[in-house]
Every structure is written in C-alpha cells, then in structure tokens.
Design a protein around this ligand. Structure first.
Ligand SMILES: NC(=O)c1ccc[n+]([C@@H]2O[C@H](COP(=O)([O-])OP(=O)(O)OC[C@H]3O[C@@H](n4cnc5c(N)ncnc54)[C@H](OP(=O)(O)O)[C@@H]3O)[C@@H](O)[C@H]2O)c1
Length: 263
C-alpha cells in the first residue's frame, strides 16, 4: 500500500491517538486531529508540526453527529483523506463489590465508543468508495473479544465496533477501501491508568503507535497486540463459557465509573 499522507485521527489529544499522530508526523503528511480538550490538542498539533507535518485541529465531541459530519466532509473535500482512525473513546466499569453500571454512564460509553465511531466513518464511506481508495481504521480492544465482568458496557461497545468493522470490510474492500481493526491490549495512557488490575504485556503509547502504524501501512485487516494476550484471549474462547467466568471471577479488577454522562 502507498503510505497515507492525509490522515484523520479522533481522540488525538491524549494517549494512543496522540502517540499515533506523532508516529505519522513528518514532512509531506497532513494530519487532521480532533479531541475535546483544546490545550492538549494544541500541544499535540504543535509537536506534530515540529516534526514537519501540516496539522489542522477540530475541537469536537464525536457524539455530535452533525458537527462531526460537517467537519469531516469539509476536510475531505479540501484534501481527500487516505486514512481515518476512529480512536476516541472512554472507559467505565465496576468495582469488585458493584453489580450494576450507572445507566447514564453506560449510555455515555456507548455514545462515545460506538456512536462516535459511526459518526466518524459514515461521512467517509461514500467519498472513499467513489474514489476507489482510502482506509478506515477502528480502535477496538481485547475487551471486544470476550465480555469482561468488570466492564460490561465497554466490552459491548468494543464488540459492536469489531463486528461493524468486520461487516464493513466485506462490503468496502471490493470497492477499493481498506478496513482495519485494531485490537489493543493494555497501553499506558490516562484511560488505562484509572484501571486497577494486573496488566500483562502492557505497552507504552509510543510502542502501541508504532505497531498500529506498521499494521495500517501494510493494510492489515486486523492489527492485534500484544500477540501473547491476543492468542490467550482467542484460545480462551474455545473453553466452556462458565470456566472462563470462574477464572475471571478470581482476578481482582477495579474499573472506575466514568464521570461522563450522555450530553
Ligand atoms: N489504553 C488502553 O489500555 C486501551 C486498550 C484497548 C483499547 N483502547 C482504546 O484506545 C482508544 C484511545 O484510548 P486511550 O487509552 O488513548 O485513552 P485516553 O488517553 O483517555 O484518550 C482518549 C481520547 O479520546 C478522546 N475522547 C473521548 N471521548 C470523546 C468524545 N466524546 N469526543 C471526542 N473525543 C473524545 C479524548 O479527548 P479529550 O481528552 O480531549 O476529551 C482523548 O483524546 C479508546 O477507544 C480506548 O477504548 C485503549
């Protein structure tokens, strides 16, 4: 595949999105970066410009369908996008003593992690297919491979993203548009720092970004890392469901409830 030169990344003001922006930033590359925190987004943009990239930013909430559609359509008309990475997301979950997630927190997670992803890619499906080229990348999670008892809504949102990406791949690739699903394990970011758990094979955001970029450059259908956790999760799926439930019940995990609520 030709290297992407015009790239949109949502959730670029922090963590994986920020690291990915810096992994792509170089002369000849135009980055369109979004997030909600103006100052953090501006700092990432300045760092990417320092590496020679052309950068524009949009302070946007990915749940705002109209605003996201307008920004992306305008961007894509001016400079057709080679790659869009739907990365923005939040987490929520349960402490060991809790049994029910707050319904408004659940809706906030589905809003950002699922509806936000749809809002990001929908405006690009038509134009990319018309051009017969482009790449849509979705940031999923190991949590999307198997429902985690510590994070029901987060797992469900990621599983939906995985299935959506898979469906889209079958539909769009014959029309020249690549679809890549990123299945990430633990990556050191502010989102991950809030979670109290064993974090096997945890990677830095820069390492994760390097792996993601390499996979996307190659046009991989699935970019899953770390491979050890991916393999273990895939193998675990072959075991009886209640056995996995029992094993997971023995692992102490505390995923704090998000402060986000539906707007
Ligand atoms: N870190 C991990 O271990 C891990 C593992 C698997 C998957 N992931 C996934 O990786 C993605 C990035 O997470 P991260 O770990 O890098 O977290 P992070 O450091 O907290 O960054 C999240 C980014 O998403 C943006 N964002 C959140 N809600 C948004 C909204 N409603 N509208 C627009 N932007 C929004 C944030 O922007 P503002 O801060 O500016 O609002 C921020 O830039 C998420 O989809 C997450 O589920 C992470």
């Amino acid at each position: 595949m030709k290297p992407a030169r015009s790239i949109l990344i949502t959730g670029a003001s922090s963590g994986i999105g920020r690291a990915l922006a810096l992994a792509y930033a170089r002369p000849g590359v135009a980055l369109a970066l979004t997030g909600r925190d103006d100052d953090r987004l501006a700092a990432v943009a300045a760092a990417a410009r320092g590496q020679g990239a052309e950068v524009e930013t949009g302070v946007l909430d990915v749940r705002d369908q109209a605003a996201v559609a307008q920004w992306i359509a305008e961007l894509d008309q001016r400079r057709p996008l080679d790659l869009a990475v739907a990365n923005a997301g939040i987490t929520t979950g349960l402490a060991p003593s809790e049994i029910r997630e707050d319904p408004q927190a659940v809706r906030a997670v589905l809003g950002a992690n699922l509806i936000g992803v749809l809002n990001t890619v929908e405006p690009l499906i038509g134009p990319m297919c018309a051009r017969g080229r482009g790449q849509l990348a979705f940031v999923g999670s190991m949590a999307g491979l198997r429902g985690l008892p510590y994070a029901p809504a987060y797992s469900a949102a990621k599983a939906a993203v995985h299935t959506y990406a898979e469906s889209l791949r079958g539909r769009l690739e014959p029309r020249g548009v690549r679809v890549s699903l990123i299945i990430a394990g633990f990556v050191k970011t502010p989102l991950n720092a809030r979670i109290e758990a064993m974090k096997p094979f945890e990677l830095s955001d820069a390492e994760a970004a390097r792996i993601i970029r390499r996979g996307l450059d190659r046009g991989q259908a699935v970019v899953a890392f770390p491979w050890q956790l991916y393999l273990a999760t895939r193998l675990a799926r072959a075991l009886p469901a209640r056995l996995i439930d029992k094993i997971m019940a023995r692992i102490e995990v505390n995923v704090p409830e998000t402060q986000e609520r539906v707007p």
